[in-house]
Write a protein that binds this ligand. Structure first.
Ligand code: ATP
Ligand code: MG
Length: 658
């Protein structure tokens, strides 16, 4: 058992109750956790009832093909009809679906009726291109209205969509097009990236060269590139295709277990896995959690800032909010273009009420100081969300105070590509918040923290996070590699039938879940299991540290020794500098006071940047490889390979100097 205090202490309260005025009118009140736990299948059936089914299900849950779960078997529905047609039928066609804003500042407002018409036209267009139920369509697009239209049109005709981040290289795109065996790739002529128009079509041509299954490349005009490379017969302009299609489309219904999309994991731990999600269960989980966790109201202007290619946006921009008829902001570009206050400007412009973001971005804003958000009117905000990594308490408070004006609950949602939707998260009108914890399982979900043998760990002790009961949003397989699906997630606790999430965690005396990091990133120092997140949170709570990555380097005596790579708030004189004005000593003392003496980093290395995935997560695996003298790890998910080179240089300089 660990003798360490569980979490860094701060002068602020440990528990933040829901503001009474918020709780009084929240969508979900007390008692739901217990009611759902008493009969989870009945609970999820009730939530499935929020959707429009063309044929009711026979069975809520069927485990005949376990670990491929089946939900709502026999039921039939169309996802696009649920996200569009039924809102029109309810007289809500004039409601704004999307306030879209491009990076250069161009804007479009799209109502549900307008979105519906575009989707109907593209549904006919896809049929003309030979796309039918079960065929795969890859989208390689920035965050455009067309990207939303394309996902909905695919659902409408039963095609399986896979969104690829527009910033990926030709190789990364090729891997996903080949892996899915897509027949159509939708791309744009070019993209805006940090203020620059960048040509894209040539990248697509390179990516699909020789892949005979690709019959068409559908091209959206975005940047107006001239001299576009064009393959006659294969390449089709989006606007030409849509113009010749009827504005109405009769949608067929699909089986509840019909595949809806393939989403690739971010690749933090290895080669990305293509998780397959299906129709009825997924939409139930996405739709209900979006409504409940973000406390959706008719007058909300909701904004989830994730790129559409991440699972976050699948569930909490596309399928969840659209199925609920929400009004949302979608923004194409970088948060720092043309200035670091761009997000706050957008919040002010549209009167955003709900802002769902990521810890990495909060830490970036923090570097600019509270003056940055203070320059904007953010009083429309009433709820904040966080996802992607554990949010360091320091970042939680900064978001709460400087963006949320101290009045907005922060809904920290733990989930994964594999889980489809949130599994651990607070109900904003009910759950007392603890900054840094995603709190409790959402109603209808069940998790545990266990040791390798499956025994629950005592409060405060790290173990493996497992999901102990089936949930409707669960992935059904890894595309083309069912064996990997079983091996990665279900084999380790096959006897119990539990899902292994791959994250370490602990629970406190109130059963709150504290994510500690990836299982592979857990440090083991003289027999103590220490979580990377806990140490990093302690480091970033020091006023001189902006960001930190902590890894365990091999050590003959202690097993592992703790090495902390830190980005200081003030720019250092030299990377890897050991003569750092006493920073290393200060940080060691700070961590010892906050976490415990055993957690003191043995080495502190100053760096200017850290390697991150495209979705902004720190890739500790690659940093650990450096300190262990290993190389050759998979770097294809890195947003900027020069960051790793910078860490390498700093590490080499540090070793030479120490
Ligand atoms: P790969 O599986 O390829 O390594 P990935 O795990 O980064 O990539 P995602 O499915 O996008 O890909 O991310 C899910 C992971 O993100 C979780 O397993 C967890 O480690 C982390 N995560 C997401 N939300 C939270 C949160 N609120 N608190 C703590 N960790 C989170
Ligand atoms: Mg993962």
């Amino acid at each position: 058992m660990s003798d360490l205090p569980q979490h860094p202490r701060t002068e602020r309260p440990d528990v933040v109750p829901p503001p009474p005025a918020f709780a009084a009118r929240a969508n979900v009140g007390p008692g739901l956790h217990d009611r759902a736990a008493a009969d989870p299948f009945a609970f999820w059936a009730e939530q499935a009832g929020r959707l429009q089914w063309d044929r009711p299900w026979d069975e809520v849950f069927d485990d005949a093909r376990w670990p491929t779960a089946q939900w709502f078997t026999g039921g039939r529905l169309n996802v696009a009809v649920n996200c569009l047609d039924r809102h029109l039928a309810a007289g809500r066609g004039d409601v704004v679906a999307l306030h879209w804003e491009g990076e250069p500042g161009d804007r479009r407002t799209v109502t549900y009726a307008e979105l519906h018409e575009q989707v109907c036209r593209l549904a006919h267009g896809l049929t003309e291109l030979g796309v039918g139920p079960g065929d795969r369509v890859v989208l390689y697009l920035p965050v455009l209205v067309e990207t939303v239209v394309a996902t909905m049109a695919c659902a409408r005709v039963g095609a399986v969509v896979s969104l690829v981040f527009g910033g990926f290289s030709a190789d990364a795109l090729r891997f996903r097009v080949a892996d899915t065996g897509a027949t159509v790739v939708v791309a744009s002529d070019g993209q805006f990236r940090r203020g620059q128009a960048v040509p894209v079509k040539a990248v697509v041509d390179e990516a699909v060269a020789g892949l005979d299954h690709v019959e068409h490349v559908l091209v959206v005009r975005r940047t107006g590139e001239t001299d576009l490379p064009w393959t006659a017969g294969r390449d089709v302009w989006w606007h030409d295709l849509l113009e010749r299609q009827p504005a109405r489309h009769e949608a067929a219904s699909f089986d509840a277990e019909h595949p809806l999309f393939i989403v690739y994991t971010s690749g933090t731990t290895g080669r990305p896995k293509g998780l397959v999600h299906t129709t009825g269960g997924y939409l139930t989980h996405a739709s209900w959690t979006h409504w409940a966790l973000f406390d959706l109201r008719d007058d909300d202007v909701y904004w989830c800032q994730a790129d559409l290619a991440w699972v976050t946006a699948h569930t909490y921009v596309l399928y969840g909010p659209l199925s609920n008829g929400a009004t949302q902001v979608v923004y194409e570009g970088s948060p720092l273009t043309p200035h670091p206050g761009r997000h706050f400007e957008v919040i002010e412009r549209y009167g955003v009420t709900t802002y769902y973001t990521a810890p990495t971005l909060v830490r970036t804003f923090m570097k600019h100081g509270p003056e940055l958000p203070a320059g904007y009117d953010l009083t429309s905000l009433r709820l904040l969300g966080s996802v992607g990594e554990a949010i360091n308490p320091e970042a939680w408070w900064w978001l709460h105070e400087h963006v949320g004006g101290g009045r907005c609950p922060v809904v920290d949602t733990w989930w994964q590509s594999e889980t489809g939707a949130a599994v651990v998260a607070p109900l904003p009108g009910v759950t007392p918040l603890k900054p840094g914890s995603a709190t409790l399982p959402v109603p209808g979900c069940a998790v545990a923290v266990v040791d390798d043998a499956g025994a629950e760990t005592p409060p405060g002790v790290e173990g493996n996070l497992v999901i102990t009961a089936p949930w409707p949003g669960m992935a059904r397989t890894v595309w083309g590699d069912h064996d990997r699906f079983v091996r990665s997630y279900w084999a380790p606790y096959a006897e119990q039938g539990w899902y292994l999430a791959g994250d370490s965690a602990s629970r406190d005396a109130d059963r709150y879940v504290w994510i500690g990091g990836r299982i592979d990133d857990v440090l083991n120092v003289s027999g103590h299991r220490l979580s990377s997140i806990e140490l990093e949170s302690a480091l970033v709570s020091h006023p001189r540290v902006a960001e930190a990555a902590v890894v365990g380097a091999p050590d003959d005596v202690t097993g592992q020794r703790i090495v902390a790579f830190v980005i200081p708030r003030a720019v250092p004189t030299a990377e890897g500098d050991v003569d750092d004005g006493g920073l290393a000593e200060e940080l060691r003392a700070h961590v010892a006071a906050r976490v415990g003496a055993v957690a003191k980093p043995r080495e502190v290395v100053v760096v200017s940047d850290l390697p991150k995935t495209r979705s902004g997560k720190i890739m500790r695996r690659l940093v650990a490889d450096l300190t262990a003298g290993r190389g050759g790890g998979d770097t294809t998910s890195l947003t900027d390979p020069t960051a790793l080179a910078a860490v390498d240089r700093a590490w080499t300089a540090h070793r030479a100097g120490s």
